[in-house]
Design a protein around this ligand. Structure first.
Ligand code: NAP
Length: 253
């Protein structure tokens, strides 16, 4: 039976695969039949993820994505080992909770370099004619509900995520003739290393308030990885340029 949701015979690159959501995206993609390329800085945690993957033929690469200058070689190396790329999930990201008065230029630069510049450069390299599957491909940017709504001291993080949401639409238009779809996934709160020590999860009272903001409760990494599997699969072949909000109802009130 033809299953449009399968990722069989697809090579999917997942950044941020050493932790949290990216780790689960890699696992779910492998369970759906993909060969997965795992990218993050921490080698040991990448290997931990790799051990949890289904199937064979996966590749893990320790790389700091803020090194924009060598991403070309990074992608050439992936293609030489794995063949053309069918999907890219730009999950690597960092956060900040800062009032404006503490938002120094170097912090702004660090957030934008990791969340935006590294994502755009990796996407640019992967979408090079020699690197992408000519039959079509799917790219996912990772934003957040903070790219659509506000929260105290989240402005810098929101600025980076909003940039990805806006840029995605024009990029999707630019690449539609090449059968490349580009979408954004915007999660609500999922407990992972990025936020587990933040007061809104670590403090029991504040955690209750955070849960109450999500009508369906806090999310799990699988809620996000299942969305990514759909966007990477042929089942979503008519969806591009969209910001898919996966937030248990956080933004509908
Ligand atoms: N969790 C949430 O509630 C939530 C909500 C909305 C959006 N998001 C977004 O979802 C994405 C994943 O978040 P998460 O919760 O899974 O966070 P996480 O557990 O902290 O994972 C972040 C990942 O990004 C990688 N990374 C960070 N900087 C990197 C760099 N310079 N080069 C290479 N890899 C880098 C980290 O790997 P290394 O440290 O090994 O490099 C790690 O694998 C992020 O873009 C985040 O903004 C998360």
């Amino acid at each position: 039976m033809n299953n449009p949701f399968t990722l069989k015979n697809k090579t999917i690159v997942v950044t941020g695969a050493s932790s949290g959501i990216g780790q689960q995206v890699a696992i779910s993609c492998s369970q759906m039949g993909a060969k997965v390329v795992l990218i993050a800085r921490n080698k040991e945690r990448l290997e931990e993820t790799k051990k949890q993957l289904s199937g064979k033929g996966h590749l893990s690469i320790s790389y700091d994505l803020t090194d924009l200058e060598h991403q070309k070689e990074l992608v050439q190396g992936i293609v030489s080992k794995m063949g053309p790329i069918d999907g890219l999930v730009n999950c690597a990201g960092i956060t900040a909770t800062l009032p404006l008065k503490l938002m120094k230029p170097e912090t702004v630069d660090e957030l934008f370099r990791t969340n935006v510049f590294a994502t755009i450069e990796l996407t640019r390299q992967v979408l090079g004619v020699k690197n992408i599957n000519k039959e079509g491909a799917s790219v996912i940017f990772f934003a957040s509900v903070m790219g659509c709504v506000g929260e105290n001291a989240k402005s810098l993080y929101s600025l980076t995520k909003g940039a990805l949401i806006s840029g995605c639409r024009s990029l999707a238009l630019e690449y539609a003739p090449k059968k490349v779809r580009i979408n954004v996934v915007s999660p609500g709160v999922i407990e992972t290393p990025i936020n587990k020590n933040q007061p809104y999860l670590a403090d029991p009272e504040k955690r209750k308030a955070t849960e109450a903001l999500h009508p369906l409760g806090l999310g799990k990494t699988e809620d996000i990885s299942n969305t990514c599997v759909f966007l990477l699969s042929d089942a979503s072949r008519w969806i591009t340029g969209q910001n898919i909000i996966v937030d248990g109802g956080y933004t509908i009130k």
